[in-house]
Design a protein around this ligand. Structure first.
Ligand code: ADP
Ligand code: MG
Length: 701
């Protein structure tokens, strides 16, 4: 371990315990190493001074040189503040301090020439900079660094004097002592040579204080590459290790069940995408390694058929399968449609959920264990301990994002000697760039084509002001025999208000659609699951005309007769959620509609989201737009993926790094899957170091 970088920042001159605590709270820095591994987010040319007259209040920062012509401590009602005025040949600029003002006031000397640096703002009609960095001018400054680092910081830190200037001084001090004893190289020589990368030590020095633009570029290239490369190498290497450790059940043949169904019973021609995906799955199942595959495909793209065919392959090889869905309704829907598909094939299918009890349950468990059941379809009840399979070969999870990693691993355990193959299906498309990272440990198959003849859902944006029109439209559709959803947002933080909102909407609808002629279902997340199921079922069975709901209906419900989706407070939903909701309609032969209702005034971001929804039905495009609008951190699944831990690498701007890193990691592992060769030891050691959660620096190996 590196002594230098492990030193606490408390011992830095001028820091001390109180400041150290603030620094830890504000930017999560406790040691010199922590500080060193926060890189500058930009660089400024400090040899340039802006004439005061030319300062624009929108500038991010300016540097001004001028004579201090006045200073004044002002005692306000609440706090003291100190103002000073700088004058250059073009005008006057006010500088303001709120905290530590006395100290500054004492330090600054009238009529001397100073250099001030900071973010300008408009104040009382004039320009000012609050809490600037300020220094006596000296001639050597004009030959100073042209690329001075600027670090991410906070107001609080600046106020206690832990500003850019002091930070640069500290970093300089650390760098002066830094050698490759403290920051060890983690890339093998052959990679450094081949990719013309500078050493880690150089990169760290130059990223903070680049002597010139070329050095900065070299440092950036090296550090970005390293981040992406190790991220990918770790994922791929873990995968190799797993393949090596866990042999999978071998499904070597495609036999009678699959062929009979495929040739005689399948109700439609598979889309090209479905065929491709089945091929990918078949290759995995017959490889001898355990499959871990994600199947992503937009709502309605026909994932169930892929699941069914995969289960038939398992059956042809003498294995049982399980299909798990996140809700009872969904599981039942799968059960119904799959038993119907398999009629006449002598495949034994059973349904299991918490509501299956007593003798039926006991019997199912018995037949599962004896091998008299071929396919089990159910809710997470299939995960429970008493559920024991005779010979489980394939586990399929529908709608991945409702299940966690825990559940996936529970399914693993259901295999007898080897874990079953796992297929995870999701209708929340992830941008291609993210799929590599978020689902790094899964192979990804994508259905990027809808079955032919689907009608595009017409999406229309309306505001509160168009209510009458919306009601009229609902009347028309219901008169045609269709059903409609009306969805309200419900989030934990404002649950009470949200529920009241839903209640109000429901009552308003009752006025226009009075009983007994019309029937309205209400479903929200606060209801008991059993009550929810009953209400959903009433709607699914066509017994009610309108379903007023919160987002509980987001996942999977299939009511082909529902042709209208009205979304209230659209501005409060995220893009992928809106797309999921819209996917509830457009499942039948009729033209379907999605009405996005929002308030009249909208933020730029909300406008952009609604625009995307109106423009496209393509889940992948929506996922890409979502990524652009929200940034990777908010996309579902990324929180656990480590995507945020990148320091320099930017998922959007640095796509080429992503593919280079991935390609090179894959090449290395192809030749040396377990990183056993001598030149790759350094990589293996560093991965070990990362897997242990150690800090970037320190001795490895
Ligand atoms: P999802 O991917 O959302 O789970 P489903 O599997 O429920 O989609 O399929 C949606 C509908 O499309 C179902 O009614 C299914 O029978 C139908 N379908 C699936 N594949 C095809 C196809 N190749 N051609 C025509 N219809 C299809
Ligand atoms: Mg589905």
């Amino acid at each position: 371990m590196s002594d230098l970088l492990d030193q606490s920042i408390v011992y830095i001159k001028g820091v001390g315990p109180k400041k150290a605590k603030l620094i830890a709270d504000e930017i999560n820095v406790e040691s010199l190493g922590d500080l060193l591994f926060i890189y500058p987010f930009r660089y400024i040319d400090k040899t340039i001074y802006t004439p005061i007259r030319d300062i624009n209040p929108n500038d991010k920062s300016v540097q001004v040189k001028g004579v201090l012509i006045s200073k004044e401590v002002i005692k306000g009602r609440k706090q003291k503040r100190f103002t000073a005025t700088l004058k250059d040949s073009s005008g006057f600029l006010e500088l303001v301090w709120f905290q530590g003002s006395q100290w500054i006031a004492d330090k600054l000397v009238l009529n001397k020439e100073y250099v001030a640096f900071g973010k300008p703002s408009k104040f009382n009609g004039g320009l000012s900079i609050s809490h600037p960095e300020i220094e006596l001018y000296n001639a050597s400054m004009s030959t100073a660094l042209t690329l001075e680092p600027v670090y991410p910081s906070t107001e609080k830190l600046k106020k206690v004097g832990f500003d850019g200037k002091s930070r640069r001084k500290i970093i300089k001090g650390i760098l002066a002592k830094l050698s490759d004893k403290h920051v060890s190289e983690n890339l093998p020589d052959y990679l450094l040579h081949k990719l013309k990368l500078t050493s880690k030590l150089n990169a760290i020095k130059w990223i903070h204080f680049p002597p010139n633009q070329a050095a900065l570029d070299a440092a950036t290239k090296r550090l970005k590459f390293e981040e992406v490369f190790f991220f990918q190498l770790r994922i791929l290497h873990n995968k190799e290790v797993r393949k090596y450790k866990f042999k999978g059940e071998m499904f070597s043949k495609v036999g009678g069940y699959f062929n009979k169904y495929y040739k005689e019973k399948i109700p439609f021609e598979l889309t090209g995408a479905q065929k491709r995906v089945i091929k990918e799955i078949r290759a995995d199942l017959g490889s001898g390694a355990q499959m871990n595959r994600l199947l992503q495909g937009d709502v309605g793209s026909g994932k169930t058929m892929v699941a069914l065919l995969s289960m038939l392959i398992a059956l042809d090889n003498g294995y049982q399968s399980v299909l798990m869905a996140p809700t009872e309704i969904l599981a039942q829907q799968h059960y119904k449609s799959i038993t119907k598909e398999l009629e006449g094939l002598q495949v034994k299918v059973a349904f299991l959920s918490g509501s299956v009890k007593g003798k039926t349950r006991a019997e199912i468990l018995k037949f599962l264990a004896s091998g008299d059941l071929d396919i089990l379809i159910g809710t997470h009840a299939v995960l429970e301990d008493p559920v024991i399979f005779h010979r489980l070969g394939l586990s399929i999870i529908d709608e991945q994002h409702r299940f966690g990693v825990m559940q996936r691993s529970k399914l693993w355990m259901k295999g007898k000697e080897k874990p079953p193959h796992i297929l995870v299906m999701t209708a929340t498309p992830i941008p291609r760039t993210l799929a590599m990272t978020v689902y790094g440990d899964l192979e990804v198959s994508t259905i990027d084509e809808l079955p032919p003849g689907r009608k595009e859902i017409k999406t229309i944006h309306k505001t509160e002001r168009n209510r009458a029109q919306i009601i009229e439209f609902l009347h028309e559709q219901i008169a045609l025999g269709r059903q409609a959803y009306v969805v309200y947002p419900l989030i934990e933080e404002s649950a009470k208000l949200d529920l009241a909102n839903l209640q109000q909407g429901y009552e308003r609808l009752l006025e226009f659609f009075p009983p007994p002629q019309y029937k309205i279902s209400v479903v929200h997340g606060r209801m008991k699951p059993a009550d929810k199921e009953i209400e959903m079922k009433r709607f699914a069975d066509g017994k009610t005309h309108i379903m007023v709901a919160t987002t509980v209906i987001e996942v999977g419900v299939n009511v082909p007769n529902a042709s209208v989706m009205v979304i209230e407070n659209t501005e409060r939903f995220g893009l992928s959620q809106l797309h999921q909701l819209r996917g509830r309609v457009g499942r039948g032969a009729e033209q379907s509609f999605c009405l996005l209702i929002s308030s009249y005034k909208l933020s730029t971001n909300a406008k952009a989201r609604i625009k995307v929804m109106v423009e496209t039905n393509d889940g992948f495009r929506i996922a890409e737009e979502d990524l652009k609008l929200r940034g990777p951190g908010d996309i579902e699944g990324t929180q656990q993926s480590g995507v945020q831990e990148f320091r320099l690498f930017d998922l959007e701007a640095d796509q080429t790094y992503l593919s280079t890193g991935r390609t090179i990691a894959a090449l290395i592992l192809k030749k040396d899957p377990l990183l056993e060769k001598e030149p790759n030891q350094i990589l293996k050691n560093y991965l070990h170091h990362l897997n242990k959660g150690f800090k970037d620096w320190g001795r490895i190996g």
